[in-house]
Design a protein around this ligand. Structure first.
Ligand SMILES: Cc1cc2nc3c(=O)[nH]c(=O)nc-3n(C[C@H](O)[C@H](O)[C@H](O)COP(=O)(O)OP(=O)(O)OC[C@H]3O[C@@H](n4cnc5c(N)ncnc54)[C@H](O)[C@@H]3O)c2cc1C
Length: 448
């Protein structure tokens, strides 16, 4: 196939209906893989040319895994077919009246549009926290955090100022959900087992890891017993847990909590909230709390030809009156059903409603420790839960090569107490130095 310059984004016209999918995350990728086998022209658009496995971002950030092992190239992960086109583009606007999307290099028309743009960090309007903290939603953010953590230890060895040294070594994690808990466990493991070999000069007992949570317990989306177990495991790893407190301000070195407590760190990790990654162009009535309101078929409120799946979709059910949880299984199941429903539509049949099959939730808390909750009320923690956690993550990660590399890394880390990726390949520069206009023109929510 050669490029035809007369065509918009080099996508030829087809006798089959064109489905444009924005986003190659869990939902968009599942949908694309299912839809290419049917009579549709499938155009998958993503800002990146890879699918990122977000549940393991924290392991990249803490030098447990290399970034390549948790991503998969989108062009390779959809079966090669003549009806499939991948374009690495940023969709800037949806133009429903023209049935097209505007990208950074032009417009593309669609017969059906699927928005699968996922979510981004929510800083709740606090620009200072946004500017100085480390979010963890993208692979590039995980690499920034990894560089920051490692650079800080190198700087700690060089400074004579004790307070500065402690601020460099300390880490404050905000948000006691699975991401915060998993990060806290992984950083504690680094401090307790790995860093002492690298930095014998440093007194790592003085390195504090704080996990700050606004509610009265950890893992609010799981049961109270799982929250308590996670807290007990983290305390055993010497993580300081601060409950019922909110971070009010952060200037890059001092974290102020709402009770006046001050913590000193140059690394504040923001795991306290996410919001939908909406695209300009649809009316406000179609959006609630930054997610597109969809019916049980995934159709965005007010449209028959525009669908939303995954984190960006807000499907309210009796059990989830504010919308289904932002989880990978929801995104995968919605992507799969939408492929079938689009085919049913094409054949003039009625679509099937979405029913979320909850397969359970889990979080790991470092070496040998995890909590698992299965549907039907079965809950367990400890070593067996940790094995289950590893098995499920290996199952979901895309590509045999990635599964193999991750398993080998985990095995190596487990038996040697070592981590192979403690290198600063890409130096992290604080945002204030990278972006001189930030004071007057702070980044928008979710922008890094
Ligand atoms: C740190 C972390 C840990 C997590 N752990 C778990 C876990 O253990 N278990 C679990 O079930 N879930 C977990 N999740 C949630 C899970 O990752 C999400 O629910 C899932 O990724 C949602 O899939 P999605 O397809 O909706 O969006 P995403 O996977 O976020 O994909 C969205 C895609 O859209 C692209 N995109 C966005 N805007 C545009 C645009 N304008 N133009 C072009 N492309 C665009 C992005 O580049 C991205 O590739 C975790 C999330 C995070 C951040």
């Amino acid at each position: 196939m050669t490029l035809d310059d007369s065509l918009s984004i080099h996508v030829p016209k087809s006798d089959w209906p064109r489905v444009v999918i924005i986003g190659g995350g869990f939902a968009g990728l599942k949908l694309s893989r299912s839809l290419v086998r049917k009579k549709f022209q499938v155009v998958l658009i993503d800002k990146h040319n890879y699918h990122g496995f977000q549940p393991l971002l924290y392991q990249v950030a803490t030098a447990g895994l290399e970034p390549d092992s948790i991503v998969g190239p989108l062009r390779q992960h959809v079966e090669e077919r003549k009806n499939f086109y991948f374009r690495m583009l940023n969709v800037k606007q949806i133009l429903p009246e023209k049935k097209s999307v505007a990208t950074d290099v032009g417009e593309l028309e669609y017969d059906h549009l699927v928005i699968a743009t996922g979510s981004k960090s929510n800083f709740f309007g606090n620009k200072d926290i946004q500017r100085h903290s480390f979010p963890l939603k993208k692979v590039t953010e995980a690499l920034d955090l990894r560089s920051q953590l490692l650079q800080n230890f190198e700087k700690s060895v060089l400074t004579k100022d004790i307070r500065k040294r402690e601020a460099l070594m300390n880490v404050v994690i905000v948000g006691g959900g699975p991401t915060g808990v998993e990060l806290a466990g992984a950083i504690a493991e680094l401090r307790n087992h790995v860093l002492p070999q690298d930095y014998p000069e440093l007194n790592l007992k003085r390195m504090k890891i704080y996990l700050v949570e606004g509610a009265g317990r950890l893992l609010g989306a799981m049961s109270e017993s799982s929250g308590k177990n996670a807290q007990a495991y983290l305390e055993k790893f010497d993580v300081s847990i601060i409950l019922n407190k909110l971070v009010q301000t952060y200037d890059g070195e001092t974290v102020k909590l709402n009770d006046g407590t001050q913590l000193y760190t140059t690394t504040l990790i923001w795991a306290a909230g996410v919001m939908g990654n909406t695209v300009k162009g649809l009316p406000d009535e179609a959006v609630e709390r930054s997610r597109y309101l969809v019916n049980e078929y995934g159709q965005v409120k007010g449209y028959e030809d525009i669908f939303a799946v995954g984190d960006i979709a807000c499907l309210k059910t009796e059990e989830h009156p504010h919308g289904l949880p932002m989880l990978a299984p929801v995104a995968i199941q919605q992507g799969k059903l939408l492929a079938d429903n689009l085919e049913r539509l094409r054949e003039g049949k009625s679509m099937k409603p979405f029913k979320y099959l909850d397969k359970g939730t889990m979080a790991t808390v470092g070496r040998n420790k995890a909590v698992v909750e299965l549907p039907g009320g079965l809950r367990f923690g400890g070593f067996f839960a940790w094995i289950v956690w590893m098995f499920i993550h290996l199952l979901y990660i895309i590509g045999f090569r990635n599964k193999f590399i991750i398993f080998a890394n985990w095995f190596w880390n487990y038996v040697t107490y070592d981590r192979g990726n403690r290198v600063i390949i890409r130096t992290y520069k604080p945002k204030k130095n990278r972006d001189r206009k930030t004071e007057k023109n702070p980044p928008k929510d979710g922008e890094s």
